[in-house]
Design a protein around this ligand. Structure first.
Ligand SMILES: Cc1ncc(COP(=O)(O)O)c(C=O)c1O
Length: 387
């Protein structure tokens, strides 16, 4: 059975070129980047080359990039590090109701210790309205933390506009770009971001590596303590293979991103059109494709429970997700969908389908046929007497 993987917002496959770039750093080059000898120098050079590639992808200077263990750590460091550097100052943080738990989690912790955390609502397509930010901003606002693109719906937030408003009020701007990287083009200057998070395994790099962009001049303090790696802000021996991997993934994304985005948008558009046409009472959760990630389709199939569809698809060798992958395992409806005003039962009947740059139209068609069959069987079961 040829399996089909449509859960790329959870994690992408490692690009073979990324693996090739990483291999020497899993074998011959095992030095520590802080060591003065040639082993250390070799590794240091690889780390700095990777930093250059990541910086180039987002239009920053290499000195503004810190490597972390992933998106989760980068989001935590951005939030906690900025708060720590501003202790005794502003105490309000504005965010949204649809953030990933690695943003909403540290913010909930700060709220519990007395910070004012204001989560902005989203509209029916999952987007934040600038007016709501305007109303929440004041001279006590330290930071606005709003994601660039949502992991469940792919909705792209108007970060540039929001950042402009935040800066007028003297607040810093952090954006979680874990899902956006390589899927939409952006630079930190275009967005007006002061801090921005990336995660390697969402764009064909390895697991366990991420990066935090910190604009030069931004006050931030470390939240873990140890040696002087990453300027002391993120101490601990580098994950050199991972860093080389995210560097190569960023280099590839810069090189082929436009072509990949065009391909994904075409296949996603074709799939969406086909599913909406062939599956009765199906609808898209989120904005139209032009306002969301080109690889993401969140589909509600009314009266067909996502958990059952997920299992049926898995038996057929097809991987998608229901709700956010990071929270899978339960049957709680997605908080993101609920925040969009979607009913509990529709949220429980929604699937997240996320393509990669390698997904073919043929795979999309095979998926559409299987999903259509499973949905109609499930509904027939519900309608049959005694079921
Ligand atoms: C939007 C978003 N932010 C942050 C993360 C966490 O990244 P990581 O898995 O690298 O810790 C994820 C992972 O799914 C995500 O989708």
């Amino acid at each position: 059975m040829n399996r089909i993987y449509l859960d790329n917002n959870a994690s992408t496959a490692l690009d073979p070129k990324v693996l090739e770039a990483m291999m020497p750093y899993l074998t011959a080059h095992h030095g520590n980047a802080l060591s003065v000898h040639s082993y250390g120098r070799d590794v240091r050079k690889a780390v700095e080359d990777a930093r250059d590639h990541v910086a180039a992808l987002i239009g920053s200077s290499s000195r503004e990039i810190l490597f972390t263990s992933g998106g989760t750590e980068a989001n935590n460091l951005a939030i906690r590090g900025v708060v720590k550097a501003h202790e005794g100052g502003r105490r309000k943080i504005i965010t949204s109701l649809v953030e990933h738990s690695s943003v909403s989690g540290p913010l909930a912790d700060l709220a519990a210790s007395g910070y004012e955390v204001v989560p902005l609502p989203v509209d029916g397509s999952g987007r934040i309205d600038a007016e709501s930010l305007k109303a929440a901003l004041d001279e006590s606002t330290l930071m606005v933390a709003i994601m660039l693109a949502n992991n469940e719906t792919g909705a792209i937030q108007p970060v540039k506009q929001l950042a402009g408003l935040a800066h007028e009020a003297g607040a810093l701007v952090h954006t979680d770009a874990v899902q956006a990287a390589a899927k939409i083009p952006f630079t930190v200057d275009d967005l007006g971001a002061d801090l921005l998070t990336l995660g390697g395994h969402k764009f064909y790099g390895p697991h366990g590596i991420g990066a935090l962009y910190v604009r030069k001049g931004t006050s931030i303090e470390g939240v873990t303590f140890g040696a002087s790696h990453e300027g002391g802000l993120r101490p601990g021996t580098h994950n050199t293979p991972g860093i080389v991997g995210i560097g190569e993934a960023a280099r590839l994304a810069a090189e082929r991103g436009e072509e990949d985005r065009r391909h994904m948008a075409k296949v996603t558009g074709h799939l969406e059109e086909r599913l909406l046409r062939e599956i009765p009472a199906s609808k898209v959760n989120g904005p139209p494709l032009r306002d969301r990630l080109p690889n993401t389709l969140n589909l509600c199939i009314a009266e067909a429970e996502a958990e059952s569809l997920l299992l049926g698809l898995d038996v057929a060798g097809i991987a998608v997700s229901a709700g956010s992958a990071c929270h899978s395992g339960g049957i709680e409806p997605s908080g993101v969908l609920l925040a969009m005003g979607i009913s509990r039962s529709d949220a429980l009947s929604s699937l997240r389908i996320s393509l990669s740059r390698c997904t073919t139209a043929d795979e999309a068609d095979r998926f559409a046929e299987t999903l259509g069959r499973l949905a109609s069987n499930l509904r027939a079961d519900h309608e049959s007497p005694g079921s």
